[in-house]
Design a protein around this ligand. Structure first.
Ligand SMILES: Cc1cc2nc3c(=O)[nH]c(=O)nc-3n(C[C@H](O)[C@H](O)[C@H](O)COP(=O)(O)OP(=O)(O)OC[C@H]3O[C@@H](n4cnc5c(N)ncnc54)[C@H](O)[C@@H]3O)c2cc1C
Length: 236
């Protein structure tokens, strides 16, 4: 890519996460655990179902052991109580199209109607080779040139800027960068990652899923303890 074609790389930042009031829960039930935040909340929700505040079995006495058992039994609704919110940048509009198919995600996305896209960054597919870059660059520059021409033409003709941008964006490519804030509960993240951290998934969303999994594993290792280091389906 030349200096004039801006490219963007994916970044995911955890900006929000469930808090858990351990002191109050202990006061109410006498139960304590060795985790905090959403993992503790999930355990609390699970234990309430059976009023199992005591821990007679050593294998389920820890948060990791308790959640492993819950996940094995597919009693996954208890992890719905915990949510994680990410600020995502450097992904393409085509990734966004695929991600929005997951109906339990909550998304707030940069508006292409309000925000000027005349210098939008592009996100190349992971498979883009050095030889292919010239084609992507040509497409990026040509489409941004047409976009600017259309916006100028429409605004000179008296159209408000928002309407001019919404009409002109039609010529921007799938590789145009987008940014969004996305929230989901941990059951939803597990479902999304089971499908997208998978060899059958598109390469860009698979890379994104791997990055999300890395973050979620730090945040809630016990909830994602059964997820593989390599994408699902690799041994099929
Ligand atoms: C490898 C891959 C290739 C794909 N290719 C295509 C493609 O070519 N074309 C295409 O259109 N899509 C494609 N998709 C998208 C796919 O069809 C799903 O839309 C996407 O994976 C979200 O899955 P979902 O609808 O099960 O999940 P979500 O919307 O995240 O919902 C989660 C779960 O909630 C339940 N649920 C949600 N809504 C309903 C409902 N209305 N009724 C009943 N149960 C519900 C279901 O159990 C569902 O699995 C592809 C996905 C993958 C992973």
């Amino acid at each position: 890519m030349t200096d004039s074609t801006r490219t963007a790389s994916p970044a995911v930042h955890l900006i929000g996460w469930t808090a858990f009031n351990a002191d109050l829960m202990e006061k109410l039930t006498g139960w304590t655990t060795d985790a905090d935040g959403g993992q503790a909340l999930a355990e609390a929700a699970g234990r309430l179902c059976f009023k199992s505040w005591r821990k007679p079995r050593p294998e389920t006495a820890t948060n990791a052991g308790y959640l492993a058992n819950i996940l094995r039994q597919r009693h996954e609704s208890v992890v719905e109580h915990a949510t994680a919110t990410f600020f995502v940048t450097g992904v393409s509009r085509s990734l966004l199209t695929e991600l929005t198919r997951h109906r339990h995600l909550s998304l707030s996305v940069v508006s292409q109607r309000y925000v000027d896209e005349s210098d939008a960054a592009m996100v190349l597919p992971p498979a883009a080779t050095a030889e292919a870059q010239g084609i992507y660059e040509w497409a990026a520059e040509a489409s941004k040139g047409w976009y600017r021409e259309l916006v100028d033409g429409f605004t000179e003709a008296g159209m408000p800027r928002k309407q001019a941008r919404e009409a002109a964006r039609a010529v921007l490519p799938n590789m145009t960068e987008t940014q969004f804030v996305v929230t989901a509960n941990l059951r939803c993240w597990r479902d999304v990652l089971r499908r997208r951290w998978h060899v059958a998934a598109d390469a860009e969303i698979r890379r994104f899923a791997g990055m999300m999994l890395d973050e979620l594993r730090v945040l809630a290792p016990n909830v994602f303890q059964d997820f593989p280091a390599e994408p699902f389906g690799g041994d099929a």
